[in-house]
Design a protein around this ligand. Structure first.
Ligand SMILES: *Cc1c(COP(=O)(O)O)cnc(C)c1O
Length: 405
């Protein structure tokens, strides 16, 4: 395909109009929305209103008058649509890490098997948190290679923890099939959706998922460190005790009862007072998805990554495609391998193409379906081709490691 072919794909893209709802610097090709989503234009005005009018003038009355008290519910409603769950099954707040830890503490006392099973290459925070949670409940975290996860299921496995789309390779699990297999073996399943929601189709009800966690600052564009989410299927949530029984997870926080009574569903996992400024930004960012058909998001993720892989093979074959070649087995990013991956990424950033580096030798390019154009893919691969063919990456300045890679 040539550049005109890519432009023609943009012409017929049903999501093309959404890009205008984001602040994206002119001339920049931003392929890192899987690490930090771009700023939706309406967020600044919303935050200004929350600060000047709701906080500045309304003060404490804004909990009622500006609806701060229901803000987590409204955000949960928007998220539930993208996750394929009910709003009452979604808690919004805290970080993904905290939500994973409290989900595991809540359900592990109720599972029979002594093993928490995960995949050895899972995201580090998942491994750390699951290992510690397993130990707290007298269980053991077992890490196996991806290819051995299904065959390791058995009566000793109480819970299976997987990241739906691998943060490095973008490999995507067949979530309905894996969930069914785990249930048949007697295990609960927790899905980490950090690289899924807002990028590919997620349908927790259809999958039969028990638990899920994920962040809102990547493909959901909620802002740096934005509040994360936790999903727990309704009947399970109602049966478990929240490990941190905070007053915001009480059935009646403003009854100020001296004894704890959990709120129904996932609301019981709320802990303390929610961060209203950060939630207002997430709410505004999620509003961009209100009229978006998730099937279009899924289709565009496949088409963008297909085009990227096809063009890399033709124009930048010094880089090895480390992501699956079949679009259905992949998320919305692509990982390329190159011995000088770090320097190549820095050289690309200098040329206005922003991806990121993942050790040991990976270059990761996130093709967020709401904001990435097919011509961006074309131009990015041309820049990559140029950097590789000219050796322009081979500069001391490009080898210097920054604190955030
Ligand atoms: C980004 C990411 C997280 C992030 O966790 P935080 O608590 O928000 O820092 C968790 N899991 C995966 C798979 C991720 O990619």
């Amino acid at each position: 395909m040539d550049r005109a072919g890519a432009a023609a794909l943009d012409e017929t893209d049903p999501l093309a109009g959404l890009r205008d709802r984001f602040e994206l610097p002119d001339g920049l090709i931003y392929l890192d929305g899987n690490s930090l989503g771009p700023l939706p234009r309406s967020v600044a005005a919303r935050l200004r209103r929350v600060i000047d009018e709701e906080w500045g003038e309304g003060l404490i009355g804004s909990w009622n008058e500006a609806g701060w008290i229901d803000l987590t519910d409204r955000v949960a409603e928007r998220l539930a649509r993208l996750l394929g769950g009910d709003p009452g099954e979604v808690k919004v707040g805290d970080s993904t890490t905290v939500n994973l830890s409290i989900s595991l503490d809540a359900v592990l006392p109720h599972v029979a098997g002594g093993v928490v099973l995960t995949e050895a290459g899972n995201f580090p925070t998942d491994l750390y948190v699951a290992e510690a949670a397993a130990a707290r409940h007298g269980k053991q975290l077992v890490r196996v290679p991806k290819g051995e996860v299904l065959s390791r299921l058995g009566p000793d496995v109480g819970l299976l923890l997987l990241t739906h789309v691998d943060y490095r390779t973008a490999e995507r699990w067949d979530a309905p099939a894996v969930t069914t297999a785990a249930h048949a073996a007697g295990a609960l399943v927790c899905w980490d959706l950090a690289h899924s929601a807002g990028a590919v189709e997620v349908d927790l009800h259809a999958w039969g998922a028990d638990l899920a966690i994920g962040c809102t600052y990547k493909y959901l564009n909620g802002g740096p460190g934005a509040p994360a989410y936790l999903y727990m299927r309704a009947d399970l949530a109602d049966d478990v005790a929240p490990p941190i029984p905070g007053w915001w997870g009480h059935a009646d926080p403003f009854g100020f009862s001296p004894s704890y009574r959990p709120a129904p569903g996932a609301d019981r996992f709320m802990i303390g007072t929610p961060p209203i400024l950060a939630l207002a930004a997430v709410d505004e960012a999620l509003a961009v998805f209100d009229d978006v058909d998730v099937a279009h998001v899924e289709a565009k993720a496949r088409a963008l990554t297909d085009l990227f892989v096809e063009l890399v093979d033709i124009h930048a074959a010094e880089a090895v495609v480390l992501s699956p070649r079949a679009a259905g087995l992949r998320g919305a990013h692509v990982l390329l391998g190159h011995p000088d991956a770090y320097s190549v990424v820095q050289a690309l950033i200098d040329r206005g193409v922003v991806g990121d580096f993942r050790p040991p030798d990976g270059m990761r390019f996130g093709l967020a379906p709401l904001t990435t154009r097919f011509v961006d893919v074309w131009d990015a691969v041309q820049a990559l081709s140029d950097v590789l063919l000219t050796g322009a990456f081979d500069e001391p300045a490009y080898r210097r490691r920054k604190p955030v890679v």
